[in-house]
Design a protein around this ligand. Sequence first.
Ligand SMILES: CC(C)(COP(=O)(O)OP(=O)(O)OC[C@H]1O[C@@H](n2cnc3c(N)ncnc32)[C@H](O)[C@@H]1OP(=O)(O)O)[C@@H](O)C(=O)NCCC(=O)NCCS
Length: 155
Amino acid sequence: MIAGAAIRLATPGDAPGIAALSRDAIEHGLPWTWQAPRVARAIASPDTNVVVVGPPEAIAAFGIMSYLEDDAHLLLFAVQAAHRRRGLGSAVLAWLEDVARAAGAKRIRVEARRDNAAARSFYNEHGYHERALAPEMYSGLLDGVRLEKWLRAPE
Ligand SMILES: CC(C)(COP(=O)(O)OP(=O)(O)OC[C@H]1O[C@@H](n2cnc3c(N)ncnc32)[C@H](O)[C@@H]1OP(=O)(O)O)[C@@H](O)C(=O)NCCC(=O)NCCS
């Protein structure tokens, strides 16, 4: 894990940078659905945690986690290409998981593109199990994989 990675809660000024990183790192080849106004709504929502690393004009990593009852859903997650494979993604994920545990979530769900070997390996490495393929889940164009991690035993 990166020692001293300054993970902080996002503020409205981070929305454009997060949206741009989503477009470049996650939504490439697909319609850009996480534009700044949508990210800003997530930042303002009491049911969503948005965390970032880096200043608004140079976001190095971010994660968006939403909560519905005792389920947490990692909606969007990325590390800027130049900062990858140095533990930054692991640090941000651990931060979000700690918050989910503290909030009483029983599991975390996340999706990745089926062809996203890096994300699938990353989530597998962190204890997420692939539970289903989701054909054409990305704008009807690309297949996805649904993953989940149980934070406490299912009742
Ligand atoms: C997936 C992603 C978040 C990983 O972030 P990261 O900061 O590079 O991850 P870490 O450095 O913490 O990696 C932890 C472990 O995950 C696995 N991993 C990460 N990237 C990997 C890759 N490209 N290939 C294979 N395994 C990988 C490795 O086991 C790695 O440990 P190691 O470096 O000691 O081998 C990053 O590649 C990314 O932002 N990708 C584009 C956006 C995306 O796919 N988001 C997730 C889906 S929404």
